[in-house]
Design a protein around this ligand. Structure first.
Ligand code: PEP
Length: 262
């Protein structure tokens, strides 16, 4: 029962947890082309009937939003982008406004993925501004947080995540209640290494406490980092893990669906 002081607190949390609908989101990163996407989306559309009690979505590269929308409309599977501008509109070459994502009926957008933080220098404050821009357009931001291996080894995991979350929590309870948080230890992304369910639960519990203190304890917290069909069920059995953000495995329809089915 990582993160719980006693058995009763654990059971109570499990009961509350069961009221949060599971959510599994695929992050295609910079993969795909029209032919590949067509096959993948057809596979998802075909297999989604076997998945119940779980929201499922894919976050795709911007040029494929039109195709994704066309092939998923009416399927029950949602879609979204992998980044969004903090600006509403204007002379920001290369950026994509939240209203543009909304124009393609996106329900979701990733913000602050570790690859954006490390390759594009995105700061905690910028990530919070992007989350606010998404919310203003009626899109749910999936705020990604997580520590590097070095930070984990130095025992800094909680401090890093608290720092990353601080400007997001400062958006206020009403906004925070509408977003999703994804805990993705950087050392587990695309490496085949996964946090054990107990390790992940311990961090999710800490995030839950911060969200509760901010007045938004029922926000869904996803785990991300080499999630596969074979390890999803043990992660989802943890009381504060409400689903997954899936990279590599989201590019194979059967694997992605088996995570959602778990
Ligand atoms: C990700 O990119 O968000 C991710 C979790 O990747 P992977 O599942 O491949 O580790």
């Amino acid at each position: 029962m990582p993160g719980y002081s006693n058995f009763f607190e654990f059971i109570q949390t499990c009961m509350v947890n069961s009221s949060r609908k599971r959510l599994v989101i695929g992050n295609w990163k910079m993969h795909g082309d029209t032919a590949f996407n067509s096959e993948l989306l057809a596979g998802l559309r075909q297999g989604i009937a076997d998945v119940s009690n779980c929201d499922v979505a894919v976050c795709v590269p911007f040029p494929y939003l039109y195709q994704t929308r066309s092939l998923l409309e009416g399927s029950g599977i949602g879609w979204g982008g992998q980044d969004v501008s903090r600006h509403e509109k204007g002379a920001y070459t290369g950026e994509t406004a939240a209203s543009m994502l909304a124009d393609f009926a996106c329900r979701w957008v990733l913000v602050g993925h570790s690859e954006r933080r490390s390759y594009h220098g995105e700061t905690d404050s910028l990530v919070a501004q992007k989350a606010a821009a998404a919310l203003a357009a009626g899109i749910t931001p999936v705020v990604c947080v997580g520590e590097t291996q070095q930070q984990q080894e130095a025992g800094e995991t909680h401090a890093v995540i608290e720092r990353q979350l601080a400007p997001v929590l400062a958006l206020g309870a009403e906004s925070v209640a509408k977003l999703v948080v994804a805990y993705e230890p950087v050392w587990a992304i695309g490496t085949g290494l996964t946090a054990t369910p107990e390790q992940a639960q311990e961090v999710h519990r800490m995030i839950r406490e911060r969200l509760q203190a901010a007045g938004a304890g029922q926000v869904r917290i996803l785990y991300g980092g080499s999630v596969k069909g074979s390890n999803a069920a043990s992660l989802f059995a943890m009381p504060d893990i409400d689903g997954a953000l899936v990279g590599g495995a989201s590019l194979v329809a059967s694997e992605f669906l088996s995570i959602a089915a778990a």
